[in-house]
Design a protein around this ligand. Structure first.
Ligand SMILES: C[S@@+](CC[C@H](N)C(=O)[O-])C[C@H]1O[C@@H](n2cnc3c(N)ncnc32)[C@H](O)[C@@H]1O
Length: 315
């Protein structure tokens, strides 16, 4: 955590807190959407800057996060809360009047990782679930029980950049023929048993767990849809702030901002150069945590924040 003490009591230290507050440049009477409430570390900071006419819209896929939001902010007339993916933010009528700022702090929260029953962690034995919304879609165990070897290898390679994806997929398919894979420890041990022991400090299952989690929660598809929806709903002068935790996410955010900020390269074979009017401007470069924040909050190690501003006539 870098400022304000926000979130400390809820077991989740908001990353790049000061940079997010700076980037959102909150207007006291503005309307803001935090699409990834988590435990509200950033949301609390936005709310503290809102006046009586300001609005804060909170979303999360996770029912436990939403329960915290209801408990802590439900009575505040400036706050509205909705359980669901930020990919659907434009379908929430609370966003119809436009937004002055949108925050996506991607990935999983510390409470999700810390509770073994959620099945996100290779370090804590629990049911192999990994769903942010446990009421929707397949769990990791259900998917691993039915996917074919090729699909599993593709997911591990695409979303985890796991070079040993085929070897791991083969081992999963062989093991499940003997016994169902239902626990995180079973999967973590299986992966560790088939990967060559390197001198890396990271657990051999790290990349595979990341890949399966991204796939199960449709994280990259949601990000692409959510960015488009945020862009459509942002008012001129409104700010978009996105914190990514790995290169796959950051690449999507970076390319999204560039696509709306810069004209595409001219294709000499095209007789007519298409008109281009930028609708976003990047605000500064990508920001990262400093050494102090990284030392006090390990999640900050891989966090990258990008900020963009919506262009157009300010009403
Ligand atoms: C890194 S945490 C956010 C932490 C939060 N900024 C805080 O300070 O407490 C990510 C949260 O976003 C949620 N989440 C991830 N992807 C989502 C999506 N597409 N739609 C809604 N919530 C999502 C997760 O359930 C998790 O609670």
């Amino acid at each position: 955590m870098t400022a304000g003490g926000a979130g400390a009591s809820s077991g989740h230290l908001p990353v790049l807190y000061a940079q997010v507050m700076d980037g959102l440049a909150v207007k006291a009477e503005g309307t803001y959407l935090d699409g990834t409430f988590g435990r509200g570390g950033h949301a609390r900071g936005v709310l503290a800057q809102l006046g009586p006419g300001g609005r804060l819209l909170l979303m999360d896929k996770d029912p436990e996060a939403i329960a915290v939001a209801e408990r802590e902010f439900g009575a505040d007339p400036r706050v509205a809360i909705r359980r669901g993916s930020f990919a659907d933010l434009a379908h929430w009528d609370a966003t119809d009047g436009g937004l002055d700022g949108v925050l996506f702090d991607l990935g999983v929260s510390s409470p999700q990782l810390d509770v073994a029953e959620r099945g996100f962690s290779f370090g804590r034995d629990g049911p192999l679930d990994m769903r942010m919304d446990p009421d929707t879609g397949e769990s990791a165990a259900q998917w691993l029980a039915r996917a074919n070897e090729r699909e599993i290898a593709d997911v591990l390679f695409l979303y985890g950049e796991e070079r040993q994806s085929r070897r791991i997929a083969r081992a999963i398919v062989a093991r499940r023929a003997e016994t169902p894979l239902l626990r995180t420890a079973q999967l973590a041990d299986l992966i560790a048993s088939v990967l060559p022991r390197g001198d890396s400090k990271i657990h051999p299952a790290t990349r595979s767990f990341q890949a399966i989690r991204i796939f199960i929660n449709r994280e990259l598809a949601d990000l692409e849809t959510g960015l488009d929806a945020a862009h459509a709903r942002l008012k001129p002068g409104g700010r978009l702030a996105v914190i990514s935790f790995h290169s796959l996410e950051d690449r999507i955010v970076k390319q999204f901002i560039a696509r709306h900020a810069k004209a595409p390269p001219v294709n000499r074979r095209m007789p007519v150069v298409p008109d281009f009017t930028p609708t976003l401007a990047a605000v500064g470069d990508a920001r990262k945590g400093d050494a102090d924040e990284i030392a006090s909050n390990p999640r900050a190690r891989s966090a990258v924040l990008r900020i963009a501003e919506k262009l157009g006539e300010v009403a």
